[in-house]
Write a new protein. Structure first.
Length: 260
């Protein structure tokens, strides 16, 4: 595999495995204590670089060791977060243990000081990105939540975008991971050890993370990615966050994610 010199010098001859979890389209090479992400999404690369630099010392997240772009391909070598993904069987099989850890993780995100945050991802920004994805035909219409498209849903990403633009909810600003699905949360020793894939992190509505975390819990409970866990009470997340769930906002931010 070709690697730029500045990356190869750091990983030369080291053994690695391939991480196939995730839907970013990037290749992820896992070394003992480093992770190398290789992809063509230059915008994600620049967003991730800005946010990882900003979050150093503020949140448990990877630290950039080396990064570069060459011939349209982005390379980012980072420290490896200890522990396992929150979707690992030992966690998803034990809701009573997993849900309090996830709730603590969401509260940890909310406590990040947003002064000087380089990314403001309120709805103006998110909807502009969604509109561009629709116009360029980049929206995945297959890997979506049941009912998003079809007889009981939207006819197309274009119709979904129009609904989102016309039904914007009020926003409550908070620091957000941006894509708080279980594979992006790592647990070690019964606590959050770190967050990964922070390209869409920044200031946005508080329900961005609540909605995607809840969606990920429900998908894993219902067996979308493997075995179903029918006794998993995903709704207990809300009481652990001390909130009464706003079902309209949960639906809105879940649908918004369909265009990303």
């Amino acid at each position: 595999m070709y690697l730029p010199d500045r990356i190869r010098k750091k990983v030369n001859k080291l053994a690695y495995g391939i991480n196939s979890v995730g839907m970013s389209g990037a290749s992820v090479l896992c070394y003992d204590d480093m992770v190398l992400k290789i992809g063509r999404d230059t915008e994600d690369h620049e967003r991730s670089k800005a946010m990882l630099s900003y979050l150093e010392g503020k949140l448990p997240a990877p630290r950039i060791i080396e990064e570069c772009e060459e011939n349209g391909i982005c390379y980012m070598l980072m420290t490896r977060i200890k522990g396992k993904m929150a979707c690992a069987g030992e966690y998803i099989d034990n809701a009573a243990e997993l849900l309090p850890i996830l709730a603590d993780g969401i509260k940890l995100l909310w406590r990040v000081d947003t002064h000087g945050c380089p990314q403001q991802n309120m709805l103006d920004t998110k909807l502009a990105h969604a509109r561009r994805s629709v116009e360029l035909g980049l929206c995945d219409e297959d890997n979506v939540q049941p009912g998003t498209y079809g007889p009981d849903g939207f006819s197309s990403p274009k119709e979904l975008y129009a609904w989102l633009a016309a039904n914007r909810p009020d926003e409550e600003r908070a620091f957000s991971h941006g894509d708080l699905c279980l594979p992006n949360v790592f647990i070690d020793g019964g606590r959050i050890s770190g967050f990964i894939d922070l390209g869409w992190a920044g200031v946005t509505d508080i329900y961005q993370d609540i909605a995607l975390c809840y969606m990920s819990l429900v998908n894993n409970r219902d067996g979308k990615y493997g075995m179903a866990h029918p006794y998993f009470d995903a709704g207990a997340l809300f009481s652990l966050l001390d909130i009464e769930p706003d079902r309209d906002k949960l639906y809105y931010y879940t649908m918004l994610d369909e265009l990303f």
